[in-house]
Design a protein around this ligand. Sequence first.
Ligand code: ZN
Length: 130
Amino acid sequence: MQKLKELTLPVNEKPKKNMAGGIDCKTCEKEIPAFLRDGLPNRELGIFLRHLDGCRDCQDELSIQYLVYAGMPKLETGETFNLNDELGDFITLEKNRYRRRMRLKVTALLMEFATLVLTLGGSILLVMLW
Ligand SMILES: [Zn+2]
């Protein structure tokens, strides 16, 4: 009987804080309004999306805020609104936007590198010919 008592968890014990993507839920929740306005800088957007992928609580919170942000105006005008579909589309759109921005960043870095190599190569060639 004593052993069984030791094995049961205290009822009040809270689940471990979710640190998906490197941020906690409090930080994530604070960024939801900016996310819905597409106002998150690229770095924050990446972190936010990674946390969201790994955190059910924040997905629920986002659903609620999305409903208020995008759903209510549509319901007032009588448009049909499917929360899950539209939120899913919105997240996919933001993920694609993030990937596009990252690709642009990498391309810009590669171009800079190529310019540097060409400039250096050109200078060396000039010195050798001189
Ligand atoms: Zn969370």
